[in-house]
Design a protein around this ligand. Structure first.
Ligand SMILES: Cc1ncc(COP(=O)(O)O)c(C=O)c1O
Length: 456
C-alpha cells in the first residue's frame, strides 16, 4: 500500500512508516521506503491547490475538535497581509494572537532561522548551546531579571512559575512546617490550559470539565487592592499572578496603584509577585515590558507568544533570589530553548527592543486609538475603546462575532475577547499607518451589521 503526499515545495516523502491492520487506510507496521500517499481521490491534488472546503472537511474528520475555527484556510503571509488557499488577501490585525510581532516573513527573522536550521536545529538540554545562552543574556540585560528558564509556550511558562514559587517558599523557610502553597489570580485573567495554569485561569467553563485542577487558588476582582492585600497578609499565599494588561479577558489595563499595592504587600508577606506578560509583553504596549508603563517590578515574569516570532517558545524570567531556590532536576523540557527557537528569539528581541521601534508602537497605537474613537466612538454599540500601544479593545453592548465575521469577509482579521463582546486588536507591531487607516475604514463599513444582528 503506498500513497504520495504532495507537499507544497517538495516531492513525496520517502520514509519508514507504520501500517494499520488491513481494514484501516492508514498505517501501523513498519515498512521501508514507502511513499506516504494521500487517499486515492486526493492523489493528484497538491496540498496548496486544494480548496478551502476540502481542507475544512478533512479537518473536521481528522483533527480533535478543540477549535471553533473561522472558515479560513491560510497558506502564506507577508508583512501584515495573509493569503488564503484561494488567493484572497487579508489585513491581519490578529498576528496569530499577538505572536507575529514582526509580521509574516520578516527577512531578518527568516535569515536567522534558515541559518540556524542549517547549522543546528536542536540539541538536548543535557548540553550547552550558544543561542540559548545568548538569548538569556539579552533578556537579562533588558529586564529586571537575573536568570531565565526556557520552555515552549505561555502555559508552560506559568506552570514553571507555579513550581518555582512553591519551591522558593520551601527553600526560603526551611524550618516552617507548612510553607505557603496557595495562589492569587484575578477576575478575567487567562494564564493557560495545563492543570496548574488552568487552575489560575478565571473562566469557569475552561476549568470545570477538567476538575479537580490544582487546589489553593483564590480569584480576586482585578483592581480590588484591599481584597488582594488582605489575602496576601493571610500568610498562605506563595505567589500572586497578574497580567499588567489582560488580553483574553477583554483588554483591561491595571493601574500603578494596584500593582504597587500588590508589590508592597508581597514584600511584607514574603510572597512572590508574578507578572504574566505572555500577551502584553515584548513591545506590544510601546514599552518593552508592559510593567515598565507602571514602574512596578515583579519577582518572576512569564513570556511566550512573540518571543520567537512564530516558533514555539516560553520563558520565565526570575530574580537571583528566586533562582537560588531551584536545583538541577527541579524542572526541564526536551525542546525548550533549542538553538532554532533561540536564534529566532535573538532576532525578535533585538528588533523590538530598539527604542525607535518601541516609540513607533506608541505612536501608531495612539494614532489608531484616536482614529477608532473618531470613526466609531459615537456608534451606539460602542461602550469603550481602551488599551494602549498596539493592544486595543473595542467593547460593544452586543456580541462582537457578527462584526468580526463581516470584517473577515471584507478582508480584515480581528479577534474577540472578554465575554465575546470585545473586538481585540493586536496587529503585527510593524503595521503601517496606511494599513491602520484601511483597518478603521473596514471596521466602520462593517459596523451596521451589528444593527441587523440586534434586530434578528
Ligand atoms: C496572558 C496569557 N498567559 C498565558 C497564555 C497561554 O499561552 P499559550 O497559549 O502559549 O499556552 C496566554 C494565551 O493566550 C495569555 O494570553
Amino acid at each position: 500500500m503506498s500513497w504520495s503526499l504532495h507537499l507544497p515545495h517538495s516531492a513525496a516523502l520517502h520514509r519508514s512508516l507504520t501500517l494499520k491492520p488491513a481494514n484501516h487506510r492508514f498505517a501501523t507496521t513498519a515498512c521501508l521506503n514507502v511513499d506516504v500517499r494521500a487517499p486515492d481521490s486526493d492523489r493528484n491534488t497538491p496540498l496548496q491547490e486544494k480548496r478551502s472546503s476540502e481542507i475544512i472537511a478533512d479537518e473536521k474528520k481528522f483533527i480533535v475538535g478543540t477549535y471553533a475555527r473561522a472558515p479560513l484556510v491560510l497558506t502564506s503571509g507577508k508583512g501584515c497581509k495573509l493569503y488564503d488557499v484561494e488567493g484572497r488577501e487579508y489585513l491581519d490585525l490578529t498576528s496569530g494572537i499577538a505572536v507575529n510581532a514582526l509580521g509574516h516573513g520578516d527577512s531578518d527573522w527568516l535569515r536567522a532561522v534558515a541559518h540556524q536550521a542549517e547549522l543546528l536545529a536542536h540539541v538536548s538540554n543535557i548540553y550547552y548551546s550558544v543561542p540559548q545562552v545568548e538569548l538569556a543574556k539579552q533578556l537579562v540585560a533588558s529586564s529586571f531579571a537575573d536568570r531565565v528558564f526556557f520552555c515552549n509556550s505561555g502555559t508552560e511558562a506559568n506552570e514553571a512559575a507555579i513550581k518555582f514559587s512553591r519551591k522558593f517558599q520551601r527553600y526560603s523557610q526551611p524550618d516552617k512546617k507548612d510553607p505557603p502553597v496557595e495562589f492569587i489570580a484575578f477576575s478575567n485573567c487567562f494564564h493557560g490550559r495545563t492543570m496548574g495554569a488552568l487552575a489560575l485561569t478565571s473562566k469557569e467553563h475552561y476549568r470545570t470539565p477538567f476538575e479537580p485542577v490544582m487546589p489553593g487558588v483564590t480569584f480576586v476582582e482585578y483592581g480590588n487592592t484591599q481584597a488582594a492585600v488582605e489575602l496576601i497578609q493571610s500568610g498562605k499565599i506563595a505567589a500572586v499572578f497578574v497580567e499588567p494588561i489582560q488580553g483574553e479577558g477583554g483588554v483591561y489595563s491595571s493601574t500603578k496603584e494596584f500593582l504597587q499595592a500588590l508589590r508592597t504587600a508581597c514584600d511584607k508577606a514574603g510572597c512572590l509577585l508574578v507578572f504574566d506578560e505572555v500577551q502584553c509583553g515584548l513591545g506590544r504596549t510601546g514599552y518593552l515590558w508592559a510593567h515598565e508603563a507602571y514602574g512596578v517590578y515583579p519577582d518572576i515574569m512569564t513570556l511566550a507568544k512573540p518571543l520567537a516570532g512564530g516558533l514555539p517558545i516560553g520563558a520565565v524570567l526570575v530574580t537571583e533570589r528566586v533562582a537560588a531556590a531551584i536545583n538541577y532536576g527541579d524542572h526541564g523540557s526536551t525542546f525548550a530553548g533549542n538553538p532554532l527557537v533561540c536564534s529566532a528569539g535573538i532576532t525578535v528581541l533585538d528588533k523590538i527592543s530598539n527604542p525607535s521601534f518601541l516609540a513607533s508602537v506608541t505612536e501608531k497605537g495612539q494614532y489608531f486609538k484616536d482614529l477608532l474613537t473618531s470613526d466609531l466612538g459615537r456608534n451606539s454599540h460602542v461602550r469603550e475603546i481602551r488599551g494602549f500601544g498596539l493592544i486595543i479593545g473595542i467593547e460593544l453592548d452586543v456580541s462582537a462575532s457578527p462584526l468580526v465575521e463581516a470584517c473577515q469577509q471584507s478582508g480584515l482579521l480581528v479577534l474577540t475577547a472578554g465575554k465575546g463582546n470585545v473586538v481585540r486588536i493586536v496587529p503585527p507591531l510593524i503595521i503601517s499607518k496606511e494599513e491602520l487607516d484601511e483597518a478603521s475604514e473596514i471596521l466602520k463599513k462593517c459596523f451596521p451589521v451589528l444593527d441587523q444582528a440586534t434586530k434578528n
